[in-house]
Design a binder for this molecule. Structure first.
Ligand code: ATP
Ligand code: MG
Length: 186
């Protein structure tokens, strides 16, 4: 039997949006199975990271149903030590042959570990970005609804995600000291 080729794609998915969908469609065309790592899994209830790992699992799992490919969705907490990060990721995921990323630090760390890295293109980045979506949510602009798949929209509605973001937005501590892993967050 031929070996299954698995690819890894990591994001924070705060929230999952159409840009992620387009990247995953490309990846799905090149591998047999996709592992989707939910980065900074421990973070939630913050202006830049409003959703829990479990809520993001729900968003991603519903959105990838239509991808037509086997997926594994794995929450990955930050380890706050870049030199250990690849081993940490490998300890949590099924074996994979290739990593898809456009994040320079992620690419560097996997490259140093001898793992093949394939650069992913940016799709309409001015429009499809987590930061922009959160900004629109906060400014009461319904335009964000066009930037996420309908399945994700439903999850955000179910958990009153926009309400939460508004309620906690005053409490995000921008003075918080971020570790290097936080800075490299994909
Ligand atoms: P944030 O603004 O919160 O960082 P994001 O849109 O960058 O959100 P992430 O979850 O950080 O989303 O992204 C995961 C990966 O997807 C990153 O490598 C990121 O560069 C990539 N990505 C994000 N938006 C797009 C897009 N529009 N097209 C292609 N790749 C994207
Ligand atoms: Mg990002």
């Amino acid at each position: 039997m031929e070996r299954v080729c698995r690819g890894l794609y990591i994001g924070r998915f705060q929230p999952y949006h159409m840009g992620h969908s387009q990247v995953l469609q490309v990846i799905a065309g090149s591998v047999d199975e996709v592992i989707i790592g939910i980065g900074s899994a421990q973070r939630s209830h913050q202006k830049s990271d409003p959703f829990t790992a479990g809520e993001r699992v729900l968003m991603v799992s519903r959105a990838v149903e239509e991808l037509g490919i086997k997926t594994y969705i794995i929450p990955i907490e930050d380890v706050h030590r870049n030199s250990l990060w690849v081993s940490h990721v490998k300890s949590l995921t099924p074996p994979f042959e290739v990593v898809y990323s456009n994040n320079p630090l992620v690419k560097e760390l996997f490259h140093e570990a001898g793992i093949e890295v394939v650069e992913t293109p940016l799709f309409n980045r001015e429009r499809y970005s987590g930061k922009r979506i959160r900004r629109l949510m906060l400014s009461d602009d319904e335009g964000w609804k066009d930037l996420v798949p309908t399945s994700v929209l439903r999850v955000i509605d179910e958990i009153d995600g926009v309400g939460r973001l508004r309620r906690i937005s005053g409490s995000d501590d921008s003075r918080e000291v971020h570790s290097e892993v936080s800075e490299m967050r994909p």
